[in-house]
Ligand binder design. Structure first.
Ligand code: NAD
Length: 265
């Protein structure tokens, strides 16, 4: 349970972030900050949290901007009276910014954009949140969104490198903030969200079946994961039930990282 916790979730307008916000409300959070550059989507999530009887605030933020990240933390602390849990969930894939995400074709500025959101923003948000988390007194922690793409090879260029960096940054942050603040990460396999739908839709129609099997074929459990399955794990990592866990990366991947194989159908 997340009873009494004041939680901030980045990328909360849709996908996993929205479900993490709703699950936090269901598990007794006192306040949920919903940060996203999609202001309308963030407001929708915040309204859905409030409908569950929990205080919420949508925060319009571009995580590419350090000052806006600082403002996101300050706004949350002012609204909630403190901060106990930071979920660095927002992330992007290079395909969102270029027609050619291939190894040899990827534009240099797209590499930088991916690292700016997926890695640097995680560091900056954690850095600005750190003094507030240390002062929390309510079992403070950070939960970062990694990916199995950062653990085993993946056919993409900047994204897997950025997620491997998130894993290293999770451990670095766990060391830096110990023993006051626990810091962990979750590593999803293919989860049904707008991001994975976009990745699938980007394939040529004749290649779509192959891409679909490429996404879920490595799962021992033969389907996409759900945002609800992610939100339960994130909630556990943020809860006091995980009080002796810090610096760990929990795969939520249907068994992807457990084997070297790939299903044929
Ligand atoms: N969907 C998957 O299969 C999958 C697999 C492994 C890891 N992940 C990771 O899980 C996390 C959540 O993924 P998702 O599928 O829910 O993603 P999503 O694309 O559906 O949602 C991401 C959210 O982040 C927000 N965002 C992106 N850039 C931003 C910026 N500059 N400033 C503020 N907000 C920004 C978007 O507006 C969006 O609301 C990401 O870190 C992603 O890399 C996803």
């Amino acid at each position: 349970m997340l009873t009494g916790k004041r939680i901030l979730i980045t990328g909360g307008a849709q996908g996993m972030g929205r479900e993490i916000a709703l699950e936090a409300a269901r598990q007794g959070a006192e306040f949920v900050g919903v940060a996203d550059r999609n202001a309308e989507g963030a407001k929708e999530t915040a309204r859905a949290v409030e409908a569950l009887g929990v205080g919420a605030q949508a925060i319009d933020v571009d995580l590419a901007d350090a000052e806006q990240i600082r403002g996101m933390i300050d706004t949350t602390v002012a609204a909630a009276g403190g901060l106990d849990t930071l979920v660095n969930n927002a992330g992007i894939m290079e395909g969102a910014f270029t027609e050619d995400p291939s190894f040899e074709g990827l534009p240099e500025d797209v590499w930088d954009q991916v690292f700016s959101i997926n890695v640097k923003a995680v560091w900056l948000a954690s850095k600005y949140a750190a003094p507030h988390l240390r002062a929390s007194g309510r079992g403070p922690s950070i939960v970062n969104a990694a990916s199995v793409a950062g653990m085993v090879g993946y056919v993409s260029t900047a994204y897997p490198a950025s997620k491997a960096a998130v894993i290293a940054l999770t451990r670095t942050t766990a060391i830096a903030l110990s023993p006051d603040v626990r810091v962990n990460a979750f590593a999803p396999g293919s989860i049904e969200t707008p991001m994975s739908a976009g990745f699938l839709a980007a394939a040529a129609p004749e290649e779509r079946d192959a891409r679909l099997l490429g996404m879920t074929g490595a799962h021992l459990i033969p389907r996409f994961g759900t945002t609800g399955e992610i939100a339960k794990v994130v909630s556990f990592l943020a809860s006091d039930d995980a009080s002796f866990l810090t610096g760990v990366v929990v795969p939520v991947d249907g068994g992807t990282t457990a084997w070297r194989g790939h299903r044929e159908q």
